[in-house]
Design a protein around this ligand. Structure first.
Ligand code: NAP
Length: 483
């Protein structure tokens, strides 16, 4: 049966007019109910998600824990309530030459949101992932476009969300699950009742949905997270002191989940004096990593196509070549390149989705500054340096701040913490809107817009803006934070 998007969007819009006024306690109880219903199907869900994604059950179990924790974060955020940015400028009728009006501002949900989930996180970035939950937490109904790589997983999770809606006695139109290909996705983005889009996946997919949304008669925001190469900048003292351990942690991050993470470190800068020692150590670590199945054949194919192209480039010196036994298996690979060659061609900044990294050999700091100028937008940048070395890198740090959403000084970029302060999003092309994050509490802000009420009678004001602050939230009143 063809999908009736008009009906779906009309249902979502009708649900929105009710849902946006649901009280924070009730909304957070609904969000907790989603976690409860998903947890209740875990024994059925884990093997299905593992089978569909080729990811081991242990990894899926961990991802489920992360997904439930993420849902809990949004429930807490909504219950606490201050996320609405309530701001009040009190009136002054005696002000000269004109009386000062009463102006009260807050943020309010946008309306129906379309979510396109990712293949590489069948739970945490999919049906009940961060995009869906942050939109629901904001008060926006969600139309979720199932990812064709894990359809049964998606249906199971959608069933749990629907059960939570039923238990919470909320309108069904708050969450709708749709399946279909590119054309259906495009029609969804073009629908006049849609108010925003969240996407995680390929650059091609994210950019084309962004372009489509901007060509609408009524353009809408598209928050597309499209991955990046996540450069790691290493400095001689730091690497010299910890070479083996850092090689091990780099390889652990590069090969985790067969390299299928948007924060996977695909680019590492190493000083020429440490080139051989570090690449030998990385190679030794890589030899111990067995090839493992990638998410689906299409992803494996595009990984090997990218490597095949890179193997035609004379500038690259291969430290380890990928050797798949079966095409679905992702085998890790590492190549070296001189910094002068890397700087000449932006193709070397292109993400290879899988466990491949390019090691760029540099000679001096000026070259790294040139890199930082040329670097495209990234989700993360990592600096491995001793404190003494960092003192000389303030200009590099200043430049890298302009190029990424998260700057790390320790550890590896994979394993994104879910919390209040996390930023997962960066300048284009890593995302289409660097002002948003798709992980952490601030993800909610993408689905709300400001509204100011001027001289609105007290009895009509939303609770967040009333004089007696019945929600007990933090508010900016005449320029001072109060509760
Ligand atoms: P994808 O191909 O971008 O697909 C993601 C979702 O968007 C799917 O539901 C897909 O629908 C839909 N879609 C893609 N292009 C579209 C378009 N032009 N119009 C409407 N809908 C569109 O991502 P993927 O399948 O997850 O993986 C493919 C590649 O994406 C990987 O090889 C990798 O390079 C990259 N990737 C990046 C990340 C990241 O974290 N940024 C995560 C996973 C993958 P259909 O499949 O039904 O067409």
């Amino acid at each position: 049966m063809p999908i009736d998007l008009d009906h779906i969007l009309e249902r979502a819009q009708e649900a929105f007019l009710f849902f946006k006024n649901v009280q924070p306690k009730e909304k957070s109880a609904f969000i907790r109910q989603i976690a409860k219903q998903i947890d209740a199907i875990r024994t059925e869900l884990i093997p299905v998600a593992s089978k569909e994604s080729n990811l081991p059950e242990g990894r899926i179990t961990g991802e489920l824990g992360r997904t439930l924790g993420q849902i809990g974060l949004f429930a807490n955020l909504v219950e606490e309530g201050s996320w609405v940015e309530a701001t009040i400028d009190l009136p002054d009728p005696s002000r000269q030459p004109a009386p000062k009006p009463d102006v009260r501002r807050m943020i309010t949900p946008l309306g129906p949101v379309a979510v396109f989930g990712a293949s590489n996180f069948p739970l945490a970035f999919s049906t009940a992932g961060g995009d869906t939950l942050s939109a629901l937490a904001a008060g926006c109904p969600v139309i979720y476009k199932a990812h064709p790589a894990h359809p049964e997983t998606s249906k199971l999770v959608a069933g749990a969300i629907k059960k939570a809606i039923e238990v919470s006695a909320l309108p069904e139109g708050i969450f709708q699950h749709v399946e279909g290909g590119i054309e259906m996705g495009q029609n969804l983005v073009n629908h006049p009742l849609l108010r925003a889009v969240a996407f995680t996946g390929s650059h091609q997919g994210g950019k084309s949905l962004f372009d489509l949304a901007n060509k609408r008669e009524h353009p809408i925001p598209v928050y597309a997270e499209m991955g990046s190469v996540n450069p790691v900048f290493t400095f001689p003292q730091k690497l010299g002191k910890n070479l083996e351990a850092l090689a091990k942690s780099f390889v652990g991050s590069l090969t985790m989940g067969v390299g299928q993470f948007c924060t996977n470190p695909g680019l590492i800068f190493v000083h020429k004096d440490q080139e051989k020692e570090f690449s030998d150590a990385v190679k030794a670590e890589l030899e111990d990593i067995a090839a493992a199945p990638m998410l689906h054949e299409g992803i494996a194919q595009s990984y090997y196509d990218s490597l095949q192209y890179l193997q035609t480039r004379n500038e690259l010196d291969w430290v380890k070549v990928a050797k798949p036994k079966h095409l679905i298996n992702g085998s890790a690979a590492l190549a070296k390149i001189k910094i002068k060659d890397w700087l000449k061609d932006d193709h070397f900044q292109k993400e290879v989705f899988g466990a491949f990294a390019l090691m760029v050999v540099y000679h001096n700091n000026d070259e790294l500054l040139e890199v930082a100028h040329k670097l495209q937008g990234q989700l993360t940048c990592t600096i491995w340096a001793e404190d003494d070395e960092l003192k000389d890198q303030l200009f590099l740090i200043n430049l890298l701040e302009e190029k990424c959403g998260r700057l790390l000084f320790k550890g590896v970029p994979t394993g994104v913490e879910v919390g209040y302060a996390m930023q997962h999003g960066g300048p284009y092309p890593s995302t289409t809107d660097s002002r948003g994050t798709s992980v952490g509490a601030y993800a909610i802000k993408r689905f709300a817009r400001p509204i100011a009420f001027q001289d609105m009678p007290e009895s009509l004001l939303p609770d967040a803006l009333r004089d007696d602050n019945p929600l007990g939230i933090w508010r900016l009143v005449d320029g001072k934070y109060t509760q």
